[in-house]
Write a protein that binds this ligand. Structure first.
Ligand code: PLP
Length: 286
């Protein structure tokens, strides 16, 4: 009997199912799922699964084009068509298809499902039980790895957009500033101290950050890699973010309040000029 897939209403063999390369589920893990069980075509605890699905969808601001009824009809059809006595029905809804970097993809949410046969453990295997290990709960505590686990970053960006901002700057449980959702953070604190958080495993080592620090050193500008709090950030004379796409961008509003009079400050301008010289050099070498 075949494992079957359902993509936005169309049923096909699972082995032939394909999704779009630009799906934000694929880029960022931006989506939700439910794995349900079906006995002879009937879905177990359907209400409970659907209630949790609704909660997850709402939390991630995903509004599928199909309602609960149409989705469960699709699941039931898939279970019936498979003919499996006991089956696992996997349902996934992603935010949709759109260019990477767009916080809100233009495409509608993508609904996919597939059905496979449930394999029961033997009585012998059940009686033998399983082995486990203990470990610290580090889900997901590795922002230094440039991984695809970007859901918290995307959710932060979404919140920023909702509040009329373009980027979100994170602080940790002690109020220490770490980095932004898709960029590193620099600030000019009292006494003309230019600071950026250190590489301690809690931030991504941005290539732009690295180039800014290197260039500053070459030009005799001191930038401290040190911790600072969000309270200090709120008092900063200048703030800017850095990333490959944004290069150096002045932050002129923080939580609705003007930073440095609401304009790019002199240190930001100077470091940006220095940064642009790297590009000029590359242009001359080409
Ligand atoms: C979380 C985070 N921090 C920092 C950066 C900046 O890195 P880079 O300068 O290498 O683009 C990025 C870039 O995507 C990022 O996602």
């Amino acid at each position: 009997m075949p494992d079957l897939a359902w993509i936005n209403g169309e049923i096909m063999p699972l082995a032939e199912a394909r999704v779009n390369f630009l799906d934000h589920g694929y880029f960022y893990g931006y989506g939700v799922y439910e794995a349900c069980k079906a006995f002879a075509g009937e879905i177990y605890a359907l209400e409970e699964h659907m209630a949790r699905l609704d909660r997850s969808l709402r939390a991630l601001r995903i509004t599928p084009r199909l309602g609960r009824e149409e989705i469960t009809r699709g699941m039931a059809e898939l279970a019936a068509r498979s003919g499996y006595g006991e089956a696992i029905l996997y349902l996934q809804i992603t935010r949709g298809v759109g260019m990477r970097g767009a916080a809100r993809p233009e495409g509608a949410p993508v609904i996919t499902m597939f059905v496979t046969e449930l394999e029961n453990v033997t009585a012998e295997a059940w009686n033998a039980g399983i082995a486990v290990i203990t470990m610290p709960d580090e889900r997901w505590a590795h922002p230094d790895i440039k991984s695809l686990n970007l859901l918290p970053n995307i959710m932060a960006k979404e919140k920023a957009l909702e509040q009329g901002a373009q980027e979100a700057v994170f602080y940790n449980e002690r109020g220490i500033v770490t980095e932004a959702a898709s960029s590193n953070v620099f600030a000019v604190l009292a006494g003309d101290r230019i600071v950026t958080p250190p590489l301690d495993g809690r931030i991504l080592e941005g290539v732009s950050r690295l180039l800014i620090l290197r260039r500053a050193r070459e030009n005799g500008i001191r930038i401290e890699e040190t911790y600072f709090t969000r309270a200090e950030l709120a008092q900063a004379a200048e703030i800017f973010i850095s990333s490959t796409g944004a290069e150096i961008l002045p932050v002129t509003r923080l939580n609705g309040a003007a930073v440095g009079g609401g304009r790019a400050g002199p240190w930001t301008e100077r470091l940006y000029d220095n940064f642009l010289q790297i590009k000029k050099k590359m242009g001359n070498n080409a």
